[in-house]
Design a protein around this ligand. Structure first.
Ligand SMILES: N[C@@H](CCC(=O)N[C@@H](CS)C(=O)NCC(=O)O)C(=O)O
Length: 224
C-alpha cells in the first residue's frame, strides 16, 4: 500500500511532484497532509522521513524521501514514467536532476503560493538567468525530444514534467512572460487535470504564512 505524505498544497512545491506522478499514472495511494512553512528543520517530520521533510512515500511502511528518489522508485514499477528512447530518457534525467539541485534564486524569489496571481516585476539578473535556463530546457526538450502528439516536454507526461510542475506555477503566479514554445508548454501543464485538482484543493486550505503571502505587494499586487 502506497501512502504519500505531503505538505500544504498551497505552499509545498516539492510535494506536488510525486503527487502529480501518482495521479497522472492512476496509481492508487493514500495521501496525508502535514503543515509546512519553509522551516529549515521540522522535528515533527522526522518520524515520516529520514530527512525530516515532505514529500515522503511509504510503501507498506518502507520510507522513500527526496522527490527525485520517490520518482525513481515509482518509475521502477512504472517505466512509462520516463521516455522510452534511451537518449531522451538520459536528457529527461539530466533536466530532472538539474531541477532537483538548482534554480535556488528563482525558488527563493518566487515561492509557490497558489492563492496569489500577481502583476509581477522585473527579475533580478540571477533570477532572470534561472528563467532563461528553464526556457532553454523546455524549448530543447520540446524541439528535439518530444514525440507524438503529447504537449509535455517529451511528448507524453514524464517525471521531467512532474519535476518542473511547480516552476510552471511560479512563472504563472509571478506573471513571467514566456516565449511561444514555453508558453504553450506552460498552458498545457496548467490545464492538466491533476494540476487543477491540486490547485482547487489548495484554494480551500486555511493555513497561512505571512512570509509567503506578503510578497504580493512587492510584485505589484493582484492581477485580474
Ligand atoms: N529536496 C527535498 C526538498 C523537500 C522540502 O524542502 N520540503 C519542504 C516542504 S516543500 C519541507 O518539508 N519543509 C518542512 C517545513 O517547512 O516544516 C525533496 O526533493 O523532496
Amino acid at each position: 500500500m502506497l501512502e504519500l505524505y505531503i505538505g500544504n498544497k498551497n505552499y509545498s512545491s516539492w510535494s506536488l511532484r510525486p503527487w502529480l506522478l501518482l495521479k497522472h499514472f492512476a496509481i492508487p495511494f493514500t495521501e496525508h497532509m502535514v503543515s509546512v512553512a519553509g522551516r529549515d528543520y521540522n522535528p515533527l517530520l522526522k518520524p515520516l522521513a529520514g530527512n525530516a521533510r515532505v514529500p515522503s512515500l511509504h510503501d507498506n511502511g518502507f520510507q522513500v524521501w527526496e522527490s527525485i528518489a520517490i520518482a525513481e522508485y515509482l518509475a521502477e514499477q512504472h517505466p512509462a514514467m520516463w521516455p522510452a528512447d534511451r537518449l531522451a530518457r538520459a536528457r529527461a534525467r539530466s533536466i530532472a536532476a538539474e531541477m532537483h539541485a538548482g534554480f535556488a534564486k528563482l525558488r527563493t524569489a518566487m515561492p509557490m503560493n497558489l492563492k496569489l496571481k500577481l502583476k509581477g516585476k522585473a527579475a533580478s539578473p540571477e533570477v532572470q538567468r534561472d528563467i532563461e535556463r528553464i526556457v532553454e530546457i523546455w524549448e530543447e526538450a520540446r524541439g528535439q525530444f518530444a514525440t507524438g502528439d503529447g504537449p509535455y516536454l517529451f511528448g507524453d507526461f514524464s517525471v521531467a514534467d512532474a519535476m518542473y510542475a511547480p516552476i510552471v506555477w511560479r512563472l504563472h503566479i509571478y506573471n513571467v512572460a514566456l516565449p511561444p514554445v514555453a508558453a504553450a508548454y506552460s498552458a498545457a501543464m496548467l490545464a492538466h487535470p491533476a494540476m487543477l485538482e491540486w490547485y482547487r484543493a489548495a484554494l480551500l486550505e486555511s493555513e497561512a504564512h505571512a512570509h509567503y503571502d506578503n510578497l504580493a505587494e512587492d510584485y505589484g499586487g493582484p492581477r485580474p
